[in-house]
Design a protein around this ligand. Sequence first.
Ligand code: FAS
Ligand code: PHB
Length: 386
Amino acid sequence: MRTQVAIIGGGPAGLLLSHLLHLQGIDSVVLESRDRGYVERRQRAGMLEQGTTDVLRESGAGERLDREGLVHHGLELRFGGAGHRIPLTDLTGRTVTVYAQTEIVKDLVARRLADGGDVRFETEAVGVDASAPSVAFRDRAGRTGTLECDYIAACDGFHGVGRPAVPGLRTFSREYPFAWLGILADVPPSTEELIYAGHERGFALHSLRSPQVSRLYLQVPPDEDIAAWPDARIWEELAARFATGDGWKLQEGPITDKSITPMRSFVAEPMRHDRLFLAGDAAHIVPPTGAKGLNLAVSDVIVLARALTERYATGSDTLLDAYSSTCLRRVWRAEHFSYWMTTLLHVDPAADDFALRLQRSHLDYVVSSEAAKTTLAENYTGLPIG
Ligand code: FAS
Ligand code: PHB
């Protein structure tokens, strides 16, 4: 088997890269270890930067996004029993859109298959040669094979095979002393815009998926057992953390999905070795407080698609040689913003009274300063790509 670009991973990064390369006449094969249903059902991100919605729309993969995506112009920081709106669009001219990662994956899978794309589910990459580029794989029947290629894009997430194939890698990481318990509930959202709540009992986030479906998260200890959280306890704790003095009420309903996600910051440098390029969670992880994970994966892929297009069109390696440094500038900005939003709003169990007073003072300042609100808004809506 041979292709121009071998893509490991059929998540948002791998599927979008395959789609963007196809539009430039560049062939690729996507190797995805899981089955199609698993990949399309996996509950993850939900908030898209304008740069992400722009690339999906401009590349012809945004029709359903434009019909069903919920465009937002602001968010609320809630603490001390009061809400404070951050007018994102007034401050930056940009919008954000609520549209689940599951839907992006479904749209991209459908588009690749409709375009005759080669997406191989239940086919696991088991080895990578970054120099005489090739990927060894094993399919659902246990048959093994080798995919020869010009370039390899490891879009295989945090636990993939691509990153270990980069020699001399430097990694940077931070584990947080808490995790997120996330739920999907069949109940109309109790808010039109997202509510990020900093409460002495812990952080909570009210997001949404549609006018009928709510997506909510609450801070729990890092090793929390989900069995300790029956539905009634989840709703009781969420109501306590979102409580305000103005009569606002959290609507409860049937919980249809429940999961706990650990929180970590992680970056691997460089994001390239010879003909192998890392993109998305394969290279970096952020705590989801800043809604950056999926959007960073998209921006890596936009940079890589541009570089590969230049290489095939002109023979120039200039953009490929700059890939890692170009991506890492934006990655580290998103890492800092995600760390900042996380420490601003979560309760650190080790925090003493002095630290808690500093945190409250920081929150009071953010919602009272145009400069601070603008800083939050320009990072949250997404800085320019590349
Ligand atoms: P992904 O992990 O999505 O995709 C990698 C793919 O590679 C997977 O389908 C995997 O099966 C496949 N793969 C792995 N090894 C392979 C191999 N050897 N061979 C073939 N295929 C292989 N981000 C947000 O912005 N907001 C959120 O609320 C949020 N919540 C999250 C919750 C969870 C539980 C997790 C894990 C992440 C969350 N994220 C969130 C981040 C998430 O959205 C990622 O940033 C996004 O999925 C990154 O996309 P990819 O880089 O494509 O990696
Ligand atoms: C989501 O809707 O899943 C979501 C939104 C914003 C975040 C994290 C998750 O910061």
